[in-house]
Design a protein around this ligand. Sequence first.
Ligand code: NDP
Length: 260
Amino acid sequence: MQTHPVAVITGASSGIGAALARRLGRKEFRLVLAARRADALEAVGADIHGDTLPVVADVTRRADVARLRDEALGAFGTVDVWVNNAGRGINASVLDLTDEQLDEMMAVNVKSALYGMQAIVPYFKERGHGHLINVSSFLSRVPLATYRSAYNAAKAALNALTANLRMDLRRQYPEVHVSLVMPGMVTTEFAKNALGGTPAVTWTSPGGGSGPQIQTADDVAAAIESLIKSPREEIYTQRGQPDTVIRYFQDVGAFERGLP
Ligand code: NDP
């Protein structure tokens, strides 16, 4: 009998999603890899020895996400882990935001994950177990890169949806896990792919110190791999981030006055 678990990863054609696919592939997961670029998905799949199914999908379309679930279940008969990782940043201050930019941020960072949750969680409930993981951002908790404006707001909305879903499930479905991942700055194509790119001065360092630590996609993938092994409600991927968030919420004014 085939016992290797099945993981679906959106945004698997590059960055964190691709790194996670490579890691889980080494742990003998069977993988369903979703993104819009077929060639990039094939390239990631070619690095992985085990079973992989590339699915070309635009996660801002509900029908594509439903098809992703159907193709995963059709190919492997089960889904154990679903990672809503696809996302996109922006470079626009709050006062410059257009309706179109706000809609794009909500579509790619919030609706995409909502479609994923609504596609797979009913299946997890039916069989009594499963792990849903939403990839958010540290910037959803602290305003340290204000040029990401609507991206930060969209990820904050994602945090709320994630926590509310978890609370809805916790009593009746204790083995259906719902987790939130908040990376800091990660060396991927994210900065280049952001709508409007990324400004040269990029991050306000809390306390005015030497700037943020920067992680690789594989560092974040390692944190998600450990989360899959031991499900938790929320994780930050860098040491120090929880303390920064606590300082921020304890006294927003003092925190902001302490910024350069
Ligand atoms: P990348 O830009 O390298 O990867 C983004 C992935 O999302 C790509 O695989 C892209 O594939 C996919 N994607 C984007 N839009 C869509 C869409 N409409 N439909 C399907 N797939 C889509 O960035 P990262 O790997 O860094 O980002 C992954 C996640 O991590 C995102 O949610 C991001 O917000 C989050 N994050 C990143 C940080 C960073 O500093 N890099 C920090 C904190 C959080 P394709 O173009 O082929 O569709």
